[in-house]
Write a protein that binds this ligand. Structure first.
Ligand SMILES: CC(C)(COP(=O)(O)OP(=O)(O)OC[C@H]1O[C@@H](n2cnc3c(N)ncnc32)[C@H](O)[C@@H]1OP(=O)(O)O)[C@@H](O)C(=O)NCCC(=O)NCCS
Length: 187
């Protein structure tokens, strides 16, 4: 006989690991002939959703994205692979870590394009937040990712607190002197 509890069942990282591979067609390129950053962002959002929704067993929305730095340009004709896994779970939110690589089909040279962390929040059909299953950490790498994601969450809370405290000085002269050396003119 199964026992009913209010706690959502735990799932392993492996259960929801997701990889999407897509060919970079000419329609994805910008005026410089490279792939638009927005195309990669859209693919990242897609793979984050698949991974998060599979773990949550529910519809998920993107709450925030941590650091998108494009390390290398992506060329038309490259194969881009996005590997996503759940790094951390809170109560109704989880963090999906995504590693993006691009591969030149002719030379097989692989470039690491970027690594980002998407915080996704689970919702039910009535748009209410729902609890997410806990995470089973099966190896040292799973534990490292969970620990690091929790640390980033704490650092982000500190940063948010500091950023909210930024205010321009009331006094025009003080403001002017603080901007000395910047490439601006106060006319
Ligand atoms: C994200 C959203 C669901 C949060 O709703 P909320 O009523 O503020 O919920 P709460 O403050 O109770 O937070 C719920 C969870 O989300 C997390 N969260 C909320 N905002 C967050 C943010 N900016 N960054 C990271 N986590 C966030 C909270 O930490 C909490 O996690 P936990 O339950 O695991 O502890 C809500 O703001 C929303 O629906 N935003 C729009 C999402 C969307 O449309 N995305 C697509 C953009 S195009």
């Amino acid at each position: 006989m199964s026992t009913q509890t209010n706690e959502a069942p735990y799932k392993s990282v492996r259960f929801s690991e997701t990889t999407i591979t897509e060919l970079m067609v000419p329609a994805y390129s910008n005026f410089g002939g490279k792939i638009h950053g927005g195309v990669l962002l859209s693919l990242m959002d897609k793979v984050a959703y698949v991974c998060a929704a599979k773990h949550a067993g529910n519809y998920c929305v993107t709450a925030s994205i941590d650091a998108v730095d494009f390390l290398q340009p992506v060329e038309v004709g490259d194969l881009v692979s996005l590997m996503a896994s759940v790094n951390y779970v809170g109560n109704t939110s989880l963090v999906v870590g995504i590693r993006v690589i691009s591969e030149n089909i002719k030379t097989n040279v692989i470039n690491h394009t970027n690594t980002s962390y998407f915080t996704m929040v689970a919702k039910d059909e009535q748009n209410n937040l729902v609890q997410i299953p806990g995470l089973i950490l099966e190896n040292r790498e799973d534990v490292r990712r969970f620990y690091e994601a929790r640390r980033r969450k704490q650092l982000k809370q500190n940063y948010k607190h500091d950023a909210e405290a930024i205010h321009m000085p009331e006094d025009h002269e003080s403001c002017k002197s603080l901007l000395t050396g910047e490439r601006c003119i106060i006319s």
